[in-house]
Design a protein around this ligand. Structure first.
Ligand code: GRF
Length: 207
């Protein structure tokens, strides 16, 4: 059984989707070992506690340097013997140091079809605002491995969602979550835990 750490900062709806999938037996060969939050007030922590999961809070500002913060995060990941790190709305930058400790073992959910609307500054509602501003007719979500390039790691799964004429950033965000994020994130985790993701360069094959 692979051990999963889910890193959160906010509402935790993606965490909830993973918890629900786990409870339905859909995370094959994996289990959430801990939830790590970058904010004390994240509602995701309540969701984790309700599900009986171990929780940890790690605030960047508690540490003088990035090195100290990384050491604390690595300490937690080692404490729970983590095999897979899932960034589910985690708002603290993961350093290259952490990435090099867990090559192709960190995955992130991004609320657009990468390589569109991604990279620096594209997070949260900003992504959906940019989608509406550009006038694209289709958007979606992407689960990808994390490497040293922001939103640039190998793509694992994507799902398209139609943009509607009357959408606001908020309505679009919710539809992308419901129709794409909450589905493909648990699917990608389960594939990883079954050893079915084969990474070769920038490409991921499902075997
Ligand atoms: C999601 O839109 C996700 O794509 C992005 O941050 C948001 C997190 O939402 N990375 P939640 O905390 O899972 O509800």
């Amino acid at each position: 059984m692979l051990k999963i750490a889910v890193l959160v900062s906010g509402g935790g709806t993606n965490l909830q989707a993973i918890i629900d999938a786990q409870q339905r037996g859909e995370i094959i060969n994996g289990e959430i070992a801990c939830v790590i939050s970058s904010k004390t007030t994240a509602y995701a922590l309540e969701r984790a506690k309700k599900a009986g999961l171990a929780t940890e809070v790690l605030l960047r500002k508690q540490f003088a340097t990035m090195e100290d913060y990384d050491a604390a995060l690595l300490g937690l990941l080692e404490k729970y013997q983590i095999d897979l790190i899932v960034l589910a709305g985690f708002m603290t930058i993961i350093s290259d140091n952490i990435v090099s400790h867990y090559p192709n073992q960190i995955m992130n959910i991004h609320p657009s079809l990468i390589p569109s609307f991604c990279g620096d500054g594209f997070y949260g509602l900003h992504v959906h605002e940019a989608v509406l501003e550009k006038g694209v007719k289709v958007t979606g979500a992407t689960v990808h491995f994390v490497n040293e390039i922001c939103d640039g790691g190998p793509i694992i799964l994507q799902k398209a969602v139609e943009v509607q004429q009357e959408d606001t950033p908020e309505t679009l965000q919710l539809r992308v979550m419901e129709q794409a994020e909450w589905k493909i994130l648990p699917q990608a985790i389960s594939l990883f835990c079954q050893g079915r993701l084969e990474v070769s360069g920038t490409q991921v094959k499902i075997v």
